[in-house]
Design a protein around this ligand. Sequence first.
Ligand code: ADP
Length: 538
Amino acid sequence: MSSLVLKRQTITVAPHLTVTFTLNYLLINLLLLLIYVLTAKTGLTFDAVSGFATLVWAPSGISLAALLILGLKYWPGIFWGAFIANYLTGAPPWVAFGIATGNSLEALLGAYFLKKFGFNLTFDKVKDALLFIFIAVVFSTLTSATVGTTSLLFGRVINLSVYFSTWSTWWIGDGLGDLVVTPFILAWVFNPKAKIASVQITELALAFLSLILISLIEFSGVFQIHNQSLPIAYTIIPALIWIALRFGIRETSTAILLVAIITIWGTVNGFGIFARPRLSESLLYLQGFVGVNAFTFLILSALEKERRELEKRKDEFVSIVSHELKTPITAIKGYLSMLKPSLSTSKKELSRAERIDNEVDRLTKLINDLLDFNRIISGKINLDYEPVSMNKLISGVVSDMKLLSKSHRFVFQSKTEVTTLADEYRISQVLINLLSNAVKYSANGTKIVIKLSRSNHLIIVSVRDLGIGIAPKYHKDIFIQYFQTHEQKKDGNSGLGLGLYISSQIIKAHNGQIWVKSKPGKGSTFYFSIPLKKPNMS
Ligand code: ADP
């Protein structure tokens, strides 16, 4: 194959691209060969069973990743890398040839069947993690173990009595190489720039620090932890869970590899709870531990990614549907206002039109609540701080309410003029919600009083109605999402129970507080306070 490649290079008339491709192809294969030889020789230094089968076999993971990323045609680099590594380790040439055939076949079959079954290289779904584990880790590795061990047997390098121990060591070593190394390479190649929110960077550093510290405490020998009956190695698991649940496959696969490197290094040096008199035995125990971790956390990470994806889609769905609903509602409202003047003056017709108008308003509120709720739970409520005159804001909202709800008398009282930094739109939204509730839950003709006051650091706004009031047992619950009092639930005319929840979240986002004082039958007073932030102090 390589002589064919070199021949093509000498054809001067060959298109430039072909020569580059050929050269690239040759160079990449050469690089693969070098990496293979280097990692294989390192692996074989760890107490190889029968001299060739080892429990630390990173080359299988590297080969599989290479063929998945670059394409199946890069198998020669793997083949010759395996040939040279085994030949240098003392295998007769045709035995090395047999082993190399098994090793490259393993990577080829793994990559081929993974692609055939639609494996996603970014481990997006649990299905991908499972396909990877069963096709690559469990099955493709059978090829290399079987062809390799049989080559050793026929070459009389081993005899039948050690066939099975050599075969099983080979199989486990290759499987673990795939499990620990391939996801790491794939994740970094396909997700090199996956964003981590700046607030999460400290968390990520802390998670990795704890992982490394725990691993080092147990496997560096500093603390002389040798007691084999202590299941202390499992204290690494919480840190792995932390990383798998809070970050992506890139961070999880890095953590798995890191744990593998530290624990192998420690065990090889005789430290930690897996250390036994014979290194191959120690490594077998250790690989059980590394293997179970890698298996569990690859799946957990994929599961978490899938869950986040579903959540994102649900949010998008709610958001799209709500936005789409808004358009026809605006149209209905518009046409209704055009129709109203042409309706006959019959009271019945006018009251029906009024009813339609009110229902459209209610629908609009429901949709807006849904949209806001969705924004809150996905953390997308961003406040737009600007200097706001609270007096102007309240007067504006109250004037609008006076026009919309002629059934009640609104009174705005304030002995102070305050301007603060706040999100004008969102604070107005809170006030509108409190005023609408006051209207909804108090009798026609009654008074609704809005007060504005301030202290050194706080602005306090209150809305008092003389309505039905709220029993003390509900005072905290009414700010919880979907909460409605029993009486309210029975009334089919109510909202979603989201208005006060959204208001409380908006006030919270302003670092403020919201609360209520009320007695059944005596009316309610809702208060909210936000810190006074003078615009020139910001
Ligand atoms: P909704 O949009 O369903 O009205 P809210 O979150 O705004 O939901 O209110 C939650 C519950 O709090 C209401 O169902 C009602 O029982 C009670 N509530 C809110 N404001 C008042 C008020 N001014 N007077 C009496 N009850 C109120």
